[in-house]
Design a protein around this ligand. Sequence first.
Ligand SMILES: *Cc1c(COP(=O)(O)O)cnc(C)c1O
Length: 402
Amino acid sequence: MSSETTPSPGSTKAQGFSTVAVHAGEARQKPGYAITDPIFCSATYTFEDTAAVLEYLDKKIPREEYGRYGNPTEKVVERKLAALEGGESAILFSTGMAAIATFLLAKLQAGDEIVLFDECYHRTREFCVKVLGRFGVVTHLVPACDYQKMEAVITPRTKLLISESPTNPHMSVVDLERFVALGRRHGIETAIDSTLATPYNLRPLDWGVDYVIHSCTKYLAGHNDILAGVLIGRADALEPVRKLRGVIGTISGPHTMYLLLRGLKTFALRMERHNQNGLAVAQFLASHPQIERVYYPGLPSHPYYEVARRTMRGFGGLVTFLVKDADAQQTARIVDALRLPRIGPSFGGVESLVEQPIIMSYHDFTPEQRRAVGIYDNMIRLSCGIEEPDDLIADLRQALEK
Ligand SMILES: *Cc1c(COP(=O)(O)O)cnc(C)c1O
């Protein structure tokens, strides 16, 4: 789709996406007349006199107090991320997992239940089942995009429905209309980890989702050089999470905040290329005789193509595929033969990355556990960076021919 705004209902955004990415959240005049926001390396913030302390404590002046509670650059990044996502408020965290953990710790208590689609990030699953489980929170895992199974495990104690969309590495796409309707029918809040989609491709809040989470480590920062996370939603609903961040200190650092702000300036441009590369590579692989299956929501063969087309502007740079008649070793040889993508976890950066999920992300799973979550020996996950699509395709072609 070529339009500058995401095709979501209720979108009233006056400015185009790239304009928002460059300008939103920033003051027009900045310290020192600089065009960029400075890095504030300050553990604490001082007061002119006792009256100023008292005035601040009475909430009369918005300002910083201590580094664990906030930083001027953090405020700018949060306003920009909230604007990109079409949300009222955003909270920045040190990592994506810090965002998820702080959010859930702030919202849940012993006896509460949550429901997750099972194709979620394995550390999210681990945090919910193993950590929250120790504090009496019950996690129900149901097959991805199975709304009936999700509804079936809802009880009066259910507090939150959580999913990623698209999921990783299978790229399943949640039908947000059904997901939100399910939550509303039972008076339960909904949260989407939208890391793979980014606000460029999908805006879950416009569909009525209550909370959006991102690992900014991926596309939002985009340069494979920092870790950060964000939670976006209604200001009142986010307040307890912000308070808990101030208690446990899961806030990002000043230099990281600056790099995220810098990365966000080119976010829309980068996403355009990630989307273009992902689609081109997926189409090339789908037509290659040595490829058994391609998981990419922009391909009509993908089971969630219709949902993706209806709700997303583009489909991102992540492409998962199965090599035909290949065992784990033969698949590894293809990964090793690639010259452009580097082998490593993560995705969403300017450099292409590749991994064989059985070796990289699922090495501590038994073969049975892997099959149960749809991870196969001949599976490769490629994160297309912003290189030229023809160069990525040429590289894949030579690796498959070897
Ligand atoms: C990477 C990732 C996370 C975790 O983010 P970090 O910044 O690495 O802590 C959470 N969810 C999804 C979907 C991710 O891809």
